[in-house]
Design a protein around this ligand. Sequence first.
Ligand code: C2E
Ligand code: MG
Ligand code: MG
Ligand code: MG
Length: 279
Amino acid sequence: QAKKIKHKEGVYYTIEMQDKMAWRLGIIRQLRHDFSRNKLEVWYQPQLALDDLSLIGCEALLRWPAENGTYISPAEFVPLAEDAGLIVDIGQWVLEQACQQQKRLEKMGEEIGIAVNVSVPQFKVKGYAQNVKATLEKYGVKPKNIELEVTESVVMDELDTVVNTLRELKELGIEVAIDDFGTGFSSLSYIQSLPLDRLKIDRAFIKDLPDKDTGAIASLVISLGAKLGLKTIAEGVETQQQAQFLKDLGCDEVQGFMYAKPMPEHELVEFINKRNNKI
Ligand code: C2E
Ligand code: MG
Ligand code: MG
Ligand code: MG
């Protein structure tokens, strides 16, 4: 069935590849449609300080509702949105949602930061730092209350431009975290010279803790962070054992299902109210 077809430029595609391309185009079209009709959602996952479990922030995470209460994972559609150039607009929308959410929490007496994921194409837009600044001003959000999460792929892309943008963000007081740290093989000498605030240890190095090998990597990232004066946050913490292990290593912060899953805004408000009433 997987017959080869000759493309006009002499490239060979199989039926399966064509199906895959058609499928991707279909998804992108649907995503564009749903985005334009304001059907996307932003959920929030709490981030806590490991020493006293105080709430230090939330990560904003995209959700794309599908049929009957299910959601398409951002891990699936964000890469497609990046390829289609759609992530720039969607990312801007997420930032605006995060700003509004930050203000609502602040009004509840909960002045915490919101972390927003940023893709390479967004970061490469000319004047990116200034755009972020303008958005924060539009909603009256203090720069220290928005953190941008970029992956190592951002850092490795056009280093000079990235360094300049990072410096600009730093000057504006906007914090930057390296997301999924340890999975992107970025050179350690780059990391050392960049103006960063936080390292997020990827779940891959958390999920098997206290396994010796992943434990060694988690430990390495935490001490690297400490030496470079960066905060470390572990993502995907699911068990008390993992939490204790990270605490013993001196990890600063945690985010994971053990504490709270990503949730829509009304649940986040409930979550915060419940915590505050317990004290
Ligand atoms: P990420 O930025 O590394 O986000 C953390 C992911 O880990 C989230 O997946 C979160 O739900 C998941 N997670 C957190 N704690 C646990 C845990 O204890 N166990 C397990 N199994 N998973 C946990 P999610 O929400 O599916 O997002 C996947 C990825 O999609 C994100 O990874 C990020 O790379 C991307 N993404 C999400 N929202 C956005 C966005 O607004 N913009 C961009 N550019 N990318 C986004
Ligand atoms: Mg993230
Ligand atoms: Mg991550
Ligand atoms: Mg990750």
